[in-house]
Design a protein. Structure first.
Length: 123
């Protein structure tokens, strides 16, 4: 007997080779994302942490990895950063896309909430 669905866990963040980053509403709510916020990833103690580097009100000029709602009145966000995507895909040893789950959110003194990405397990 074999299961039809197999793994039913859906990804929280997806990184594509083109530089596109898709963020689900669950992650957006934890990070309190808004249109124009700038994302970054920091490697800390073997964990990859996704966090908001700059809030929209603090942004001056154009920035890489600036996120916007994927469609009007949506809590799903999309950002573009070729460098972030290349780093995640290289770590995962993937070529096209990396679909990742998140761990339990933690709070940083300087950046606020951060979401650990489960980088060594792909969905």
């Amino acid at each position: 007997m074999s299961a039809i669905l197999g793994n039913t866990r859906r990804p929280d963040v997806t990184f594509y080779k083109s530089g596109r980053i898709d963020i689900t509403s669950r992650v957006a709510k934890i990070l309190n994302l808004g249109d124009g916020d700038v994302l970054d990833i920091e490697k800390c103690c073997g964990e990859w942490l996704l966090f908001v580097k700059l809030r929209n009100v603090d942004v001056v000029g154009t920035h890489e990895a600036r996120c916007y709602a994927s469609k009007k009145n949506s809590r799903n966000f999309r950002a573009y950063s070729k460098r972030l995507c290349d780093a995640v895909l290289a770590e995962q040893q993937k070529t096209e896309k990396a679909r990742l789950a998140m761990g339990v959110a933690i709070e940083f003194k300087h950046y606020g909430m951060a979401v650990p990405l489960i980088i060594h397990y792909t969905l």
